[in-house]
Design a protein around this ligand. Structure first.
Ligand code: 13P
Length: 260
């Protein structure tokens, strides 16, 4: 299976010209390794840059390795929901993936497990792959119960076939680079969380390894191989480093060199 690198641009960059500049830089740096078929990259820009990012990727060497994602979607498909963007609108713009339940939406925008569950269903009914974020705020005594609960809240009630359409990102909140004192998790400790996540998915679906599980949190060129090259991780969700063009090009090159 291809390793997946998700570029979550969050509220960056500030203009579509800057977005194109990042993509142009990546295009020129990946020319020699874009032919590798061991990985794929999913760009998740802010909504307003999606058309420009999609058309720029389409007409560049990035095309062979890239897909377009969004950072969120509405739980509803239409109606009186000011400010929302629906799954069907996203699909019409060539979006294939959508991040759901990012911790910044859970903690800064108050998204609940119920809302996240509804958004996963909205993504699936609109043929979008939900990239569902799971992660504890602190590694305190109950962190494993917390992860289990978040995972159940998101996925309980889905069928095995629906779960097989999802991607899960284990992203501990304390490891996200924008948080005070953030530091990346270690692969060994993140694996403990991934095993909890996989056990919930197995209980719901009855199957092992039903969907890819990624790691996110301060991923950089110094640690990406430790995570993405580890057999328990199917890829990485990259925030801050994904809008630093030189650093992200380095990350992609390192991932392209990982032997499967
Ligand atoms: P950083 O890679 O900046 O820690 O962000 C992680 C993240 O939140 C990606 O969704």
């Amino acid at each position: 299976m291809k390793k997946l690198i998700i570029a979550n641009w969050k509220l960056n960059p500030q203009s579509s010209a800057e977005a194109v500049d990042i993509l142009d830089f990546l295009s020129s740096s990946i020319q020699d390794f874009a032919v590798k078929d061991n990985f794929a990259v999913i760009f998740c820009p802010p909504y307003v840059f999606i058309p420009k990012v999609a058309s720029t990727v389409e007409s560049s060497p990035l095309r062979s390795i890239s897909h377009i994602g969004a950072q969120d979607l509405a739980a509803q498909d239409s109606g009186a929901f000011t400010g929302e963007v629906s799954g069907s609108m996203l699909t019409r713009f060539g979006v294939q993936y959508v991040i759901v339940g990012h911790s910044e939406r859970r903690y800064k925008m108050g998204e609940t497990d119920e809302a996240i569950h509804e958004k996963i269903k909205a993504a699936l009914r609109n043929e979008l792959v939900p990239i569902v974020c799971i992660g504890e705020a602190d590694r305190d005594g109950n962190w494993n119960d917390f992860i289990r609960g978040q995972c159940e809240g998101a996925f309980m009630g889905l069928t095995g076939a629906e779960l097989a359409q999802c991607i899960v990102a284990y992203e501990p909140v304390w490891a996200i680079s924008s948080n005070p004192n953030a530091k990346p998790d270690t692969p060994d400790s993140a694996v403990e969380a991934v095993r909890i996540i996989r056990s919930v998915l197995r209980r719901i679906s009855g199957e092992d390894n039903i969907c890819p599980v990624l790691y996110g949190g301060s991923v950089s060129s110094s640690n990406v191989v430790d995570f993405v090259g580890h057999p328990e991780f199917d890829g990485a969700l990259v925030g801050g480093a994904s809008v630093k063009k030189e650093e992200f090009a380095k990350i992609l090159r390192l991932v392209s060199e990982i032997k499967s």
